[in-house]
Design a protein around this ligand. Structure first.
Ligand SMILES: NC(=O)c1ccc[n+]([C@@H]2O[C@H](COP(=O)([O-])OP(=O)(O)OC[C@H]3O[C@@H](n4cnc5c(N)ncnc54)[C@H](OP(=O)(O)O)[C@@H]3O)[C@@H](O)[C@H]2O)c1
Length: 244
């Protein structure tokens, strides 16, 4: 539990449901003032009134990158202090017919939107000398997926991008932590399976613990580390069978 005098603030991007909502609630329970962003602003307002700390709501479509970055900066100005940014916004439509629409949306949100907000967050942290960026990637980042090709590729982007930001950060004076979160299946609208599925609340608890410990990388739940290791070892022709 944070001391109220810390006056810590967090922005959660993609806070209107699922993992982002649960993380926002868990951070508020820890004493953070929370900025909630997503497209479904009515849903954000309902969550905001439920939180025990100060809550701020901003409509944001991360796929409209310039506007999303301006909204992010405005929210940082409005809140007393923003030390933590969690980017959970993501989409993952199945696309067996390989239509361009779902591929384009996935790339716009999970890749362009993710990089747009990450760079805005890093610029904010560099101005204030410290901060913590957390990106929600996926165990899906380590293998291809014939059902949703852009989704797994977008998560590989997220994980590798965050790794790049950590490389960039090394040796710099500002104290900026960067955490990659790779969940397995979490019980939300986006979940593509039920194996070892956990609730958004369990995921959030583990994510907030990783944030408090300033971990660089965490699997959620922890046992998904085994799956990630196995997936990295198995040849593609073995993996093709379950993911096509
Ligand atoms: N559930 C799983 O099994 C699982 C596993 C691994 C990783 N993940 C990752 O976890 C993250 C959260 O997903 P979830 O499972 O919690 O699913 P979810 O309940 O569908 O949440 C997705 C969130 O992203 C937001 N979002 C989508 N498009 C957006 C856009 N264009 N601009 C701004 N916000 C947008 C949604 O808000 P609005 O619709 O209101 O905009 C919502 O708040 C995603 O990045 C996902 O890839 C999920």
């Amino acid at each position: 539990m944070k001391d109220d005098s810390d006056r810590c603030g967090a922005i959660v991007v993609g806070a209107s449901s699922g993992i982002g909502e649960a993380v926002a609630r868990a951070l508020a329970d820890e004493g953070y003032a929370v900025g909630l962003t997503a497209r479904r602003v009515e849903r954000l307002r309902e969550i905001a009134v439920d939180l025990p700390t100060d809550a701020y709501v901003a409509a944001m479509d991360v796929a409209v990158t310039q506007r999303a970055r301006e909204t992010f900066d405005d929210l940082c100005e409005t809140m007393d202090s923003v030390d933590l940014v969690v980017i959970s916004a993501g989409v993952g439509p199945a696309n067996r017919d390989l239509e361009w629409g779902p591929e384009r949306e996935t790339i716009a949100v999970n890749v362009c939107g993710f990089a747009a907000i990450s760079t805005a967050a890093l610029a904010h942290f560099e101005r204030r000398g410290s901060g913590h960026l957390v990106g929600i990637s996926s165990v899906a980042s380590v293998f291809g997926n014939g059902v949703a090709p852009a989704y797994n590729a977008s998560k590989a982007f997220v994980s590798t991008y965050l790794e790049g930001l950590r490389y960039r950060q090394a040796g710099r004076e500002s104290e900026i932590a960067i955490t990659t979160v790779e969940p397995g299946y979490v019980d939300t609208d986006l979940a593509a399976g039920e194996f070892w599925m956990c609730s958004p609340e369990t995921a959030a608890e583990q994510i907030v613990r990783a944030i408090d410990a300033r971990r660089e990388h965490v699997y959620v739940t922890r046992r998904w580390r085994l799956v990630a290791w196995l997936l990295a070892l198995l040849p593609e022709r073995v993996l093709r069978r379950p993911f096509t």
